[in-house]
Design a protein around this ligand. Sequence first.
Ligand SMILES: Cc1cc2nc3c(=O)[nH]c(=O)nc-3n(C[C@H](O)[C@H](O)[C@H](O)COP(=O)(O)O)c2cc1C
Ligand code: SF4
Length: 541
Amino acid sequence: MTLRFFSRTQRPAEPEPRGTVRIFIPKDAASVAVGADALAAGIGGAAAASAVPVDIVRTGSRGMLWLEPLVEIEIHGVRYGFGPIEPDALAALLNAGLLSADLKSLAAHPASLGPVDKLDYLARQTRLTFARCGIADPLSLDSYRTLGGWQGLERALTLAPPGIVDEVAKSGLRGRGGAGFPTGIKWKTVHDTAAEQKFVVCNADEGDSGTFADRMLMEGDPFLLIEGMTIAGLAVGATKGFIYVRSEYPHAIVALRGAISTARRAGLLGPDVAGSKRAFDLEVRTGAGAYVCGEETALLESLEGRRGIVRAKPPLPAHKGLFGKPTVINNVLSFAAVPFILSEGAKAYAEYGMGRSRGTMPIQLAGNIKHGGLFETPFGVTLGELVDDIGGGTASGRPVKAVQVGGPLGAYFPRALFDTPFDYEAFAARDGLIGHGGIVVFDDGADMARQARFAFEFCAIESCGKCTPCRIGSTRGAETIDKILAGAVLDDHLALVTDLCHTMKFGSLCALGGFTPYPVMSALLHFPQDFRRTPRLQAAE
Ligand SMILES: Cc1cc2nc3c(=O)[nH]c(=O)nc-3n(C[C@H](O)[C@H](O)[C@H](O)COP(=O)(O)O)c2cc1C
Ligand code: SF4
C-alpha cells in the first residue's frame, strides 16, 4: 500500500519573492465583527497604490479577543503584532511604516505588541489542539501539511482499527462537549457493534453561553477536524460522517465546506483515503439553533430531518444512532484532539493534566472579563488563576462577584471557590461542572436571584417538552422566583424552589432539565442575600 502523504520533517514555508511584505489578518468571525475585512481591504488598497508587493494572509484567530482586529507583520521570520487596530486607526499604522516593514518606527506605534509568540497570554498556553490556529491560511492544504497536519492520519493508517481505539483510550481523552465521557470507550462500543453501515457525527452545535472554541477551530483549522473525524471513521469502521453546525456560524460553515472539497480533491476524503483503499467522506449539515439540538439524541433527530426532541436511552447512539446505525458522536474539540494523540502517541497526551482529566482543555474566558479569549492549558489550573491572573479580572474594573462555568447549566462559583482546579472531578465535588470549558464572569453589579430566574426561564424556552419535570418545572420555577423578587414570604418559596430543583434533577430525561438546578441552587447557596428582597425593601423604607 502506498500512502500519499509527505515526509515527517516539516518543510520550510515557501519563500516569499524578495521584498514582499507578509501581513497576517484574521478572518475569524470575531475579528470580522470588529472590522478585520475592512482592514485587509485598506492594507491591500494602500499596497496597490504605492506598488509595494504585499502578501496578505487571512488566518484564524489567535484567540486574544480583546486585541482584535490583530494585525501581524513578519520581519526576519518573526511575527510582530499590533492590536486592536480598528479600521479608522489603519492610517496611523501605515504611517508608522507597515508597508516598508520598518521595525524601529513600527515599535513606537502605540498598539505595538512586540513578537506575538512572546505575548504572555500565548506563551503561557500549551496549545496541542489550537497549535495552528491563527498561524496560517486555514484553507491552505500546503500550510496544514507544513505545520504537521495529516501525521495523525498517516499513523492511524498503519494501525488496525482496535489499535487506533486503544491509542485514544490510553490517552485518557474525555469528551469535550460537556459530559466528559471517555472517548476510547465510546469508540470501542461502536467498533464492537456489528453493522453494515456506521456513522461518525460531529456535534458542532456549540450552544453554551460564553463558548466559542468549536467555532474558532472550525474557522481557524478546519482540516484538523476533518483529520480527527477521518481517524474516527477508520477506527470504528464508518465510511460516512456528518458535521452538525448551528446556522449562527456561517463563517465556520463556509470554512468547513471549503476544506472538505479541498481534502476530497487531494484524495484525503472519498473512496480511497490517502491511497489506503479505505473510504471515508464528510458532509456539513446546518441546525436551526435550538439549544436542545446540542443534546446528542435530539441532534440525531434533527439530522434525520425531524424536530429536535430528546430520545430515551437506551439504546445508546453507539448501538443505534443515526438512522438506527451505530454512531460515534463527539464534540469538535474531542475529534480535534485525536490527530495529536495518534501522531505523538497516547502517552504524550496523557502526560498533561491531573487526576482523571488528561490532556489539555481549550478554556474560553468570556462575560465581564478584561482579557477574554481562548486559553488552552493542561487540566489543573485553578479558577482563580484563570479569572484574575490570565483574564485580568473584570472588564468593568469592579470586583468579581461570581463566575458561571460550563454554560447555562453550570453552577455559579463565588470567589471563595476560586481555588478549585479545572478538573472534572474537582468541579463535581463542589456541585459544579466544567462542561465545554466556558467561563462567564460577573461583577458585583450582578443580581444572583435574577440569574437564578434566568436559568429557569432559559430551560422553559429551550425545553423540548418531552418530560414533565423540565417542561412544567422550569415555568413554575420562574414564577416562584418572580414571587421572591416581589418580596413574597421567603422561606415558603425557597422551599418550593428547592423542591422543584430536586424533582427536575432526578426526574428529567436529559441534562437540560436535570442540570438547570445547578445554577439555581448555587445562586441560592452562595448568594443568599440576593434573595432576601423583603427585609431589604423594608429597611429602605
Ligand atoms: C441540552 C444539552 C445541550 C448540549 N449541547 C452540546 C453542544 O452544543 N455541543 C456538544 O458537543 N455537546 C453538547 N451536549 C452534550 C451531548 O449530548 C454529548 O454528550 C456530546 O456531544 C458527546 O460528545 P463528547 O463525548 O465528545 O463530549 C449537550 C447536552 C445537553 C443535555
Ligand atoms: S429534560 Fe427537558 S429537554 Fe430534556 S427531554 Fe426532558 S423536556 Fe426535553
